[in-house]
Design a protein around this ligand. Sequence first.
Ligand code: MG
Length: 399
Amino acid sequence: MSALPLSLPAPGEQALAPFACHPSQSRGRLHPEIPAPTRSEFQRDRDRIVHSTAFRRLVYKTQVFLNHEGDLFRTRMTHSLEVAQLGRSVARSLGLNEDLVEAIALAHDLGHTPFGHAGQDALDECVRAQEGPDADAGFEHNLQSLRVVDELEERYPRYNGLNLSFETREGILKHCSAANARKLEQREPGGVGQRFLERTQPSLEAQLCNLADEIAYNAHDIDDGVRSGLITLAQLQAVPLFERFRQQTLAEFPALAEPGAGRRLLYEAIRRMLSQQVYDVIDATRAALAHSAPSSVDEVRHLPPLLGFSPAMRAESTQLKQFLFKNLYRHPSVMETTGRARQVVRELFDIYLARPAEMRERFARRSDVPRAVADFIAGMTDRFALREHERLTGQRLLS
Ligand code: MG
């Protein structure tokens, strides 16, 4: 018998392709730490994210439908779990680092405001009005996710934030304006802002989370959209990517067309669509990797994006996105609630700006008042924002 413990790979190094992120080659943390004996650096990041306050708040944050509109709609939490599931299954097939993918996926939406995109747009307008057109370039939820893990979480005695690895932070910051990238570069030269100035790519794990996000929300927004009654299966016939699998399912299971068959037809069509998209990403990415044969993650960063759909699937996914935009996200009844959600955010912003002492103490004592107000509001759950708004205005705008 060989000396088994000595032949075991280091934590998190199992079956990784050369172009994957290897924890032993991590670019490290802003505050150096002693490695953990049983977990890789990315497993540690994932665990820190799961135990964070911002992660628990995702349960009560809107994805598309406001949190209180129904118990079965996706929230930011269930969305993030679905992104992690899709991401991990693709990562395993490509020899990428599953732990890193999971860490990025679970953290990717931590910076989202209450009330989904309506909240973010309203907060962005408020911050811009205070700070001028280019001062801090408004409010970006991706940058806010990074602020949450870098600065806003208060859990460790020696530093602010969660002190995550470079690779996890790189994946969290999936978009960034040039103005914000320059600011990041000043604070952390050669850090996570650099690629937006040099126009290079992030790791394949980060590229994967970006695409898994899109695959997840396209699929679950069909489900939630139909559940809410705002879109119908009949309308979805105009979306070839979905319709193909609906027809395929019906050909195999004609009884699913009968009244009383419930939602099994919808679920089966979505399931087949998801599988097809996952296989497509794996095939197209394998072909791109075979062509350019990167031998390290640093080579990946200097190549064009390698992880993605085939051109045909890219076109179909975009078509589905456009359908959802027009028929679900811009549906009059969604627009009405998002209009009120914007009002809640705007009024909260104005009140805290005038009376910072109304905020929690750690925000109230900051001298960068508009940014402190934005951080405080961005961290709120939907229902906390509504309660605060009611406390401060006496009005209940959404119930
Ligand atoms: Mg997302």
